[in-house]
Write a protein of this length. Sequence first.
Length: 400
Amino acid sequence: MRLIPFGLFLAAAMAAAQSAPTAPAVWRLLDSGTTASLRGIDAVDGTVAWASGTGGTVLRTTDGGAHWLTCAIPDAATDGATLDFRGVRAWDAQTAMVMSSGPGKLSRLYKTVDGCRSWTRLFTNPEKEGFYDALLFLDPQHGIVLGDPAHGDPQINPVEGGYFTFRLRVTNDAGKTWIPVTDPEFGPPGKNLRPLSGEAFFAASNRSMAVRDGWLWIGTGKNRVLRRKVAAHEFQSSLCAGAIDPFSQSCGIPWLDWQSAVVPLASGNASSGIFAVAFRDALHGMAVGGDYLKPGESAGTAAWSADGGQHWTAAAESPHGYRSSVAWSDNRKAWIAVGTNGSDISRDDGKTWQRLDGGNWNALSLPFVVGPKGRIGRLDPAALPDSAKNQSARSGEERP
């Protein structure tokens, strides 16, 4: 989905901050060394983590957040400093991939294998109307990049040319090649990869997609969650006699049999919908969002599923405002959601939420959280409400 206008976001966040009550320091603020707006965060563990944001910014810590290294800017000699890195996926202190979001060629994928001293450009969105929203990996070899629907150009992309569908590309070789996922049936709107009118995704926190235990879920701006089973063998294109995608030298991969469910979140305009989905196992999941232009409005900001995303129920007690990211903490046996007016915790699988703080946050990968103007925080378990503390009170945290 088109990037949320920074001015509107800032105004909304300031209004929310002014009305937010004083809260305990659940998130210990860290010195990031940057003023970039950060939206990408991926914690390998409690020690190694990567963050990304505006101005071609990529950061890395190898000491639990005590120090953050400012990485080399991808494509620094050309236009890299103009890129907005909305997503990052990391495997260790040396290896990570970043996704920039923007119209057409401003949506790109880069990878480093030397601790971000240098970057290799893996792929550039070939479609003028293209726009990347989220990046995830099932394992180091198999990954997916999600983009808004676009009208294909048969001269540029003959495999998807003429089809107005959600754009997905997959890799089975750690990002070297990106194969288009196709929808050969092209049924009515809402079937498989064909969007509803005005339906797209939010590039707010790199959490429009989730994968767990062989299932893939995608949350849209029209409050739908699409799901289907995925397996590594489905990331391999078969031989064909039809049109060839010039970028992957393949005929694409047909993924059909998508299931769709409506989620009871705030809706009705371009600023509302699902901003993030997450699952702690194949059955129990969470969807968060709301209206980013009304950050203090709590109605329609979270819903839960206990059957793998087939059905969704609105939270009985919602988070205290719009939420752009959510994660499960296995150590705390709780969900944590964050947004521009604070964070909340749920210990009953999303049925009720308790306020944690009134800070301004964009994205979450426990134990870290990031926000505008270089804000990075680390969860302080000792500051959680008593009922949310883990009995061991360990200072380390896990990847969600």
